[in-house]
Design a protein around this ligand. Structure first.
Ligand code: SAM
Length: 177
């Protein structure tokens, strides 16, 4: 599989813009959220690659949304309420170690040139035994490829879900680093 180019990915989402993103993807993304919420623990969550912030209203008020696209983050402002929004890169998260209880990353990892860095960085910023939930498009990775990817760094993958009519694999990982 050819590796995505990060600046092109950013430009693509910036050009699309938040309003069009929501028109195109809100329904598809929302269908994933109830399945993901079932696995997330309580507490402060990082929404890693939050896009237009569709998932943020489901999260604790001290949660944080991070995305590389300033245009999508602008659209996220309203949905975020008092939650912080940060422009940044999932491969190099601008946070200290172990500051979040959970991390969720929904349909983001397939956009990254070094996708295993998202897993390593997410593990770094989440507390010991916190929960990581990572989803990725089934059409980009086979189930085995996705399982291997999220297992990098010796983390304990509890489950990889294959839910009918949901376009993503959903991995639930306990942060046992
Ligand atoms: C398919 S969208 C998913 C957005 C959101 N999670 C949702 O459920 O609507 C993929 C998101 O990944 C973001 N993204 C892509 N590469 C990134 C990177 N290197 N760092 C942070 N965000 C990135 C894009 O800007 C976009 O918002």
């Amino acid at each position: 599989m050819s590796q995505p180019d990060k600046s092109r990915v950013k430009a693509r989402y910036d050009e699309l813009g938040g309003k069009l993103y929501n028109v195109r993807y809100m329904e598809e993304q929302t269908a994933k959220y109830e399945h993901i919420l079932a696995y997330l623990g309580r507490g402060k969550t990082l929404d890693n690659g939050c896009g237009t912030g569709l998932f943020l209203p489901f999260l604790d008020q001290y949660s944080v949304g991070l995305d590389i696209s300033s245009k999508l983050l602008k659209e996220a402002r309203e949905k975020a309420g008092n939650r912080a929004l940060v422009q940044g890169d999932s491969e190099n998260l601008p946070f200290r170690a172990a500051v979040f209880d959970n991390m969720v990353s929904i349909t983001v990892i397939q956009n990254l040139p070094s996708s295993n860095k998202l897993v390593a960085e997410s593990s770094r910023v989440v507390t010991q035994n916190g929960t990581l939930v990572i989803s990725s498009l089934k059409r980009v990775y086979s189930e085995d490829e996705f399982s291997n990817l999220v297992e990098t760094g010796g983390l304990t993958v509890n489950i990889v879900n294959d839910i009918e009519n949901i376009n993503d694999w959903i991995a639930v990982i306990r942060n046992t680093r």
